[in-house]
Structures are given as structure tokens and as C-alpha cells.
Design a protein around this ligand. Sequence first.
Ligand code: GLN
Length: 474
Amino acid sequence: MDTYHSLKLLQLELKQEKYSLTSVVKYYLNQIKVQKHLNVFLDVYETEALAKAEELQKKLKAGKPLGKLFGLVIGIKDVLVQENYKVRAASKILEGFESQFTGTAVQRLLDEDAIIIGSQNCDEFAMGSSNENSAFGPTLNAADNSKVAGGSSGASAVAVQAGLCMASLGTDTGGSVRQPAAFCGVVGLKPTYSRISRYGLIAFASSFDCIGILSKNIEDNALILEVIAGHDEFDSTVSSEKVPAYAENLQLDKKLKIAFVKETLESEALQPEIKEATLSKLEWLKSQGHQVEEVTFLYLDYLLPTYYILTTAEASSNLSRFDGVRYGYRASEVQDVESMYKLSRTQGFGEEVKRRIMLGTFVLSADYFDDYYTKAQKVRRIIRDETSAVFAEYNFIIMPTTPTTAFSLGTKRDNPAEMYLEDVFTVQANVVGSPAISIPNGKDKQNLPIGLQIMADSFKERELYAFADYLMKS
Ligand code: GLN
């Protein structure tokens, strides 16, 4: 099996019997072993993946109808559940836990003949920007092993970057699909909030959480979204908006009006090469006859505080269910019920998760609720309105995905505030609920990938994919 290009091509070659699906799966299983030092997979489903490959190969031979994702070898972030499989959210607190059911997105992959090859490392409960907050150790960036993978879906991005599988499902609450995608030079989509059912996703911040897709190219990404998006009777928060055939409509059919946010490019924290790469894309778009204009967004400084106040509040509530009573880790040396709760949570959660639970509990406390939580909700509304005003005039907003390329392991771990700044460009899409994608946009002097982010108005994934595809092929 050669290097992977696209699912369409793979399916064609499988039909032409150039190789068998079993040999494809074996290839990936071997790659996972060879590149084990990257620390990508927490569990590899070797037996099941091979069995499914055999089964699908027979289906192909028998001339039976094949699923849309036939042959897709995909990995899933360790926050998505599958019946009788372990899931840990990269935390010690879920030690020994196995899910009793399969989540909707994962089930839909399986129903369309994808092969799930394993569960992928991440930051604990998806809280982090470097994959260093995992109870199972950090994932390494394949471009340079001394650099972080990004987070929290870091391993899901490295898996695609290093060719350990064809695509991954991650999650994006504040940038966790797009930021690692940028650090690893792959495509990462965060869809519109509510586009994909979250049944079977371990919750972090429920009014922000989205399942997202990491892939090598736009076409695969679009095809996967087409399969997993849409109404689901198990999730009352999912939208029933019709799901278009995203992958069949990738042509850009008009000249566009594109906005870029002046403040993002003037930011002092922005690495000069990222600024240059972004500006040169904008120039190229102008040269192609698109209208590219600068807009100001006065609320840039309010994005991170709004995000961190609301997500910690929601996380402190969501994570209260991990108490050592019903499942997962339970401390052994306890005297009574209260010390059992306290010790289990103290020992089971990592430092960053505890920090967020405490912050969230504080902003929700009676004395401070109005000052923080209520205020942040109001600011969220203003940011939404301001963003909508831009989308009333422009098709897309372009900005860098991240202020820097992948940083060295260990450099930001002890400084949470600096780590939070990593999300400065990605959280807007989560605060307002709109879709956004990160695509590769060259490399910096250290040869590390740079990401370009495109944001669109809600439910405009089709247009977003078409534009991203156009840019990637430019
Ligand atoms: N880095 C952000 C955070 O730590 C985003 C996390 C995410 O999107 N899951 O909150």
C-alpha cells in the first residue's frame, strides 16, 4: 500500500483489486507499532479491525452494496464511547471503565463500513492545548518530536500527520481540532454547534462542545461529516437541519467577499512567519478577483475570558458525576463517604482539570455568579451579534489558526495563562457556534506547519469546504 491520498482513490483501487483491505489495515497496524514513540493510541483494536477488514473484503467480493466510508481506517479520540470498549478521557478517574453503549457518530461510521482502529490520546477531559495534560503522557509532533502535538485532540491530528490512520474524530470546544490540525499540517473542521449528535461524547462544556473531523484532505472530511451529521433521537440538542451531500459539492461557484480581522494580524503575540503566510494568502485571493477587506473586531480581548468563564462553569457541573461511587477510580484509604469523594477526585483528576473545576465552582458561587457567569453570558451575546454583523456582509472570515507554530514540550505547561492564549483565534467560533476549519498554509523557518483558519456563518459547511478546497489546491 502506497501513501494514502483520498478515500475515493482507495475505494477505486480496492475495487480494482490492487490490494486487499486486510493488507491496508495491516499496513496501519504496523505503522502504529513502528511509530509507537509518538504516543498516539491508547488502545489499538487490532483483532476487531482485521476482522472487520475481512468482512468488508467479502462484501466487496460478493458485489453487495458498500457503505459510503467503505475502507476508511479511522481513529477516535478517547472521549467518544463504544460499547464494551474502554474510554478514559485520558484521565485516571475513569480507570477500569467500559462503555455500555456506542455513541451516534461512531455508530454512523461503523454503519457506513469504516474501520475503527483505536482510541487516541488527548488532554484530560479535552482540557488543554498541547496534549501534555494526559494521564498517559504527551503525544509528540511527528514533524519534530521535541514539539507538542497541540491539543486537546493532539493525538488525533498526529495520527493523520504520521500516517497511522486515514482520518480521526476529535472534539472542539475551544479549538481542540483546529489548533492541533494547524500544528500538524492537516485539515481540521469544527462544524456548526449542534450539527453532529453528541450522544456518546463525554461532556466538557455543553454549550460549546462539538465533535470535529481531522483528515488529510477536504473531500474525506466532507464525506465523513455527511455521514455523521444530522438529527438523532438520542440527543435533544442536535439540529435537524438537512444534511447536504457536502463531498459532492466542492466547487466554488462565485467570487467571494472575505473579511480579515485587523486585530488578529496586528497582535504582538503573532509569529511573523504566520503573519506573512496569512497575508500572502489574502493577497493571492485578491489577485484572483475576490473582494478581501479588513474589518475591526473590538471584542477580541473579551473572547478568552468569556470562553474560560463559561466553559469552566459548565465543566465544574459536568464533571461532578465523576465521584468514585458508581464507576471509575475509587481511592482506597478512606474513612467515610465524604473522604471517599474527596480523595477519589483529588487522586483521580489531574492538575488542569482540578484547576478548571475550582474556577468553574467559583464563577458559579452565589456571591460571584452575576459578576462572572451572568456577565460572560451577556458578552457572549454581544460577540455573537458582532460576528453575525460581519457575516451579513462577508462570506468568510480569515485569520491564522494559532499565534505560533508548535512549541517545545514543557515550555508552557507551568503557565496556564500562557497556554490559554494559544486559543485566542480559535475560541470565537465556539463562542458564537459557527463552523470553522483549519487548513495547512506552508511552514515556518523551523519547518513546522502553519495553519490558516476560515470561519463561516452557521450551517455553511458546504461553502466552507468548497472555499477551503479551492485554497488548498491553489
Ligand atoms: N485549549 C482549549 C481549552 O483548553 C480548547 C479545548 C477544547 O477545544 N477541547 O479549553
